[in-house]
Design a protein around this ligand. Structure first.
Ligand SMILES: [Zn+2]
Length: 123
């Protein structure tokens, strides 16, 4: 094993990780308005007498569902999907950045300490 070579590779890897760690919070600053939630298409009967949904095709409604303070919350957002969907998209973008940042920081914390990094390459 070429010790010097693998060590310089480690340093290069660390520099790359640090670059990523410094760039990711910048992306967080660029986030817009957001919210957590899931949009689910549901089919419902409206209850009106003589409506087609009594016997035939049910009405398609878009339900927004999310968990807030341990409780499931939600509402129907028909006609407002265009306003709500981008907020959820932005939340997913934020979540993705946080995941990447967590991964980078974990790598940096583990570093080269004995038992920190696995000796065998992953994947
Ligand atoms: Zn109906």
């Amino acid at each position: 094993m070429d010790g010097t070579h693998s060590q310089s590779k480690e340093i290069l890897n660390q520099i790359q990780l640090e670059k990523k760690r410094d760039a990711l919070p910048e992306q967080l600053h660029g986030l817009g308005n957001l919210m957590r939630g899931t949009l689910v298409q549901t089919k419902v009967k409206c209850g009106r007498k003589g409506c087609i949904c009594e016997t035939g095709e049910k009405h398609v409604k878009i339900h927004l569902s999310l968990n807030l303070h341990g409780r499931t919350r939600g509402c129907y957002i028909d006609g407002r999907e265009e306003a709500v969907a981008p907020l959820i998209g932005e939340y997913q973008r934020a979540w993705h950045i946080i995941e990447q940042l967590t991964e980078v920081n974990l790598e940096l914390i583990r570093g080269n300490h004995p038992g920190g990094r696995r000796s065998k390459k992953r994947r």
